[in-house]
Design a protein around this ligand. Structure first.
Ligand code: SER
Length: 386
């Protein structure tokens, strides 16, 4: 408007010096006004460009069952035998539960039994209660979860394991993959494992800057007792600046969510020691691959929800608790945690019971009893007492 008025004044009062001065002032004012408008736009633009509070990738919603189906199909095409999930009650007398996808395959890795196949794939139901106190409070701790795995018993090793993982994660949804954005994936490797870094750089297009080295506590996997062990390489998804600080998985494991662990099972470890120091007894008879992808974690990222409790296979339980308690999910953080605890624990309890565990005072039965008690407590705190 100022510029228009100025132009009008120029035409009307061209030869009058005072008028000329007025025109100049109007021009100056118009310039300031324009700059202020531009500033306003910039601020608004900055506001709009702030990271969204929701996960940014991927755009398509994928059911948990579909993620599982794609997994098995992908590895079957790569000549893996599809092996059904084993019971949660582990066959291994030294393990109370099946705590990882590799548990049913331990005898093949140690050489106790000959492996009936060189390559296998499974979606294994698992129970882990070590982090029970974290359930409901974080995005990713579940006492029951499913682990998608691919395994090699003396067949392929690091190179193929790395390229299979990258292919399945980054292939487009149309091509049977999960369609993860390559630019949001990070990788960690065991600090001395230069060979894996080399394969990541050769077999995939991940840049060197997004590969981080970590020590034994993070990147050397075992069940925590005597048995197969080995350095591992983990793949993380970056949820974006709204979820934490920059700097990769080393800096923030809530922003960077671990989705897939590739273990290069090559050694036998001893009992005892700590997470970052245990004795290696020697080499296993063969080099094996044991990978584990957290099905619920990938589901929550692919479904654009905030945590593993809000995925299609778990959220109906939250909805039911919300309905029974007459409390809206999302209205109060403390109640939300209780709803998530109930959803997680009831799911685990049902899965344990369907594998024959009954509540008792010891062993597996005690774990089930604890899960049920914690659920009842959370239900009461939500005002449900019947
Ligand atoms: N055993 C490894 C894990 O549980 C990979 O499957 O993370």
């Amino acid at each position: 408007a100022g510029i228009g008025l100025g132009a009008f004044a120029v035409v009307q009062l061209r030869d009058n010096p005072k008028a000329q001065q007025a025109v100049d002032e109007i021009y100056e004012a118009a310039k300031d006004f324009g700059a202020a408008v531009a500033d306003g736009y910039r601020e608004r633009e900055e506001e709009l460009n702030k990271p969204a509070k929701r996960p940014t990738t991927p755009k398509k919603w994928m059911k948990t069952a579909e993620i599982k189906r794609r997994w098995l199909e992908f590895f079957e095409k790569k000549n893996h035998t599809v092996v059904p999930s084993a019971s949660l009650v582990s066959q291994d007398p030294t393990l109370m539960f099946t705590v990882a996808g590799m548990v049913p395959f331990i005898p093949y890795m140690t050489g106790l039994l000959p492996a009936p196949y060189e390559r296998a794939t499974s979606v294994q139901k698992c129970v882990r209660t070590l982090d029970i106190e974290e359930v409901g409070k974080t995005t990713r701790h579940g006492t029951f979860f499913q682990m998608n795995g691919n395994f090699s018993f003396g067949d392929y090793f690091k190179k193929e394991a790395i390229s299979f993982a990258w292919e399945l994660l980054t292939n487009s949804v149309e091509d049977g993959g999960y369609g993860f954005d390559k630019d949001k994936l990070w990788v960690t490797v065991y600090k001395d494992d230069e060979e894996s870094i080399q394969y990541w750089l050769e077999q995939t297009d991940i840049p060197k800057e997004r590969i981080q080295k970590r020590g034994m506590a993070d990147n050397y996997w075992s069940t925590g007792q005597r048995g197969p062990a080995g350095p591992c390489s983990e793949i993380y998804f970056d949820r974006g600046p709204a979820y934490g600080i920059e700097g990769g998985p080393e800096a923030d494991e809530d922003r960077y969510i671990e989705i897939w662990n590739l273990v290069f099972m090559q050694y036998e470890r001893a009992d005892g020691g700590t997470k970052d120091h245990f004795e290696i007894l020697g080499e296993l008879p063969k080099k094996n691959i044991d990978t584990g992808m957290g099905l619920e974690r990938v589901a929550f990222l692919l479904q654009g929800v905030e945590n593993i409790y809000e995925i299609d296979q778990v959220k109906p339980l939250i909805d039911l608790v919300s309905q029974l308690s007459n409390k809206e999910y999302g209205a109060n953080e403390q109640d939300d945690v209780r709803m998530r605890v109930i959803a997680d624990h009831i799911r685990s309890s049902l899965m344990l019971m369907s594998d024959g565990v009954t509540p008792s005072n010891e062993g597996r039965g005690y774990v089930l009893r604890r899960l049920l008690r914690r659920s009842v407590r959370a239900l009461r705190l939500l005002g449900i007492d019947k």
